[in-house]
Design a protein around this ligand. Structure first.
Ligand SMILES: Nc1ncnc2c1ncn2[C@@H]1O[C@H](COP(=O)(O)OP(=O)(O)OP(=O)(O)O)[C@@H](O)[C@H]1O
Ligand SMILES: [Mg+2]
Length: 334
């Protein structure tokens, strides 16, 4: 395993109270796999990434039972060691709104050359030919390296950032909403490019997005996140063909592109809870049509219902009934 996370919590201490943005997340990512995390806006996806990349503000408290990369403890690793050994070389980030993260006053190619030279012993010439190869890999003409960011379209900048993340051949590339904010055609092109990249690089990818169709297309395994916690995680096929969590079932109904085009759109009534309130039970209970009294009293444990398929729900025994009911519009009426 590359990344192993057990019971990770990232709590922001604010004047209004403690925001439990990530509240006990467990997952692991192996070599050469694409792991997708899907969840609606505000559920804590970027916070999880920020904890991994050490980009959380001082007001955030990060704790975990286990938080390791290739067995090395990330919780106790000094910043200096993290920057030297991990950043770029082991873990690289394509940040949310990556399109705006290039420095406008430097040529795009020079920014990547700079990153390569700071984190390796490569000569300028080697770094330049590396940039040309990376540009080719993400589908940018190598001569574009001499241009400035403002001469790039949004999609081109996103691809340049992806090229940059791959510069040092990291074991894990983290992509936060890599297609969000781009128009649909550009999104499609980036996705196709990413799918192709997968076959050419050995890096694993941690892909984060609220767009479940992007996740479905790209990922080997998927975790469904809600209100700071993971509701369910499994191989991509299992998540779509045999979901166990009522939230996953509700999501499936809301995204007709995945399955059952004949079924009319059903959305989940209500909205996610305020993360400032401590919730003793299941965070989805308020919106769940299948809620039982005991769902509200204690947090449902992560149940491993098949190898690699984990569900945080007390009602997995009734799944046949629940799946049938979830297809009915009336079930989801508030
Ligand atoms: N610095 C901060 N201080 C306090 N609360 C924060 C801070 N950053 C984020 N939050 C809160 O933490 C929660 C999770 O935010 P986060 O940005 O991680 O969600 P997200 O899933 O990435 O959302 P999006 O899809 O909009 O990018 C939100 O309720 C947000 O308001
Ligand atoms: Mg985010």
């Amino acid at each position: 395993m590359l990344l192993e996370i057990e019971n990770l919590k990232v709590h922001y201490h604010t004047r209004a109270g403690v925001v439990r943005a990530v509240d006990g997340v467990s997952l692991s990512i192996g070599e050469h796999e694409v792991f997708g995390i899907a969840g609606e806006s505000g559920c804590g996806k970027s916070t999880l990434i920020r904890a991994l990349m050490r980009l959380v503000p001082r007001t955030a408290k990060v704790t975990a039972d286990r938080f390791t990369f290739r067995g090395r403890d990330l919780l106790t690793m000094p910043d200096r060691v993290f920057r030297r050994d991990m950043l770029w070389n082991e873990i690289a980030l394509v940040p949310q709104s990556a399109m705006n993260s290039l420095n406008p006053v430097y040529r795009v190619g020079d920014q990547i050359v700079e990153a390569i030279r700071t984190h390796s012993t490569a000569s300028r010439r080697d770094a330049e030919s590396r940039v040309a190869a990376l540009f080719d890999m993400v589908g940018l003409q190598p001569d574009l390296a001499a241009r400035y960011p403002h001469q790039f379209s949004g999609g081109m900048r996103q691809r340049a950032m992806i090229a940059m993340s791959l510069a040092l051949d990291p074991s894990l590339v983290v992509m936060d909403e890599p297609t969000t904010g781009l128009d649909v055609l550009v999104q499609e092109r980036i996705l196709r490019r990413l799918a192709e990249l997968r076959t050419r690089i050995k890096s694993s990818i941690l892909l984060i997005t609220h767009d479940i169709s992007v996740i479905a297309e790209m990922s080997d395994r998927i975790a469904i996140m809600y209100a700071g916690r993971l509701m369910e995680q499994a191989g991509t096929e299992a998540i779509f063909d045999e979901p166990f969590h009522p939230y996953s079932l509700g999501l499936q109904n809301a995204f007709p592109s995945i399955r059952a085009l004949d079924r009319s759109l059903i959305s989940i009534p209500g909205s996610p809870p305020n993360l400032i309130n401590a919730i003793p039970g299941c965070v989805f209970a308020e919106r769940c049509p299948f809620v039982r009294e005991d769902c509200r009293t204690a947090r449902p444990p992560d149940l491993e219902i098949a190898a690699g398929h984990r569900v945080a729900c007390l009602r997995t025994a009734d799944i046949a009934q629940i799946r049938a009911a979830a297809k009915e519009k009336a079930t989801w009426r508030s």
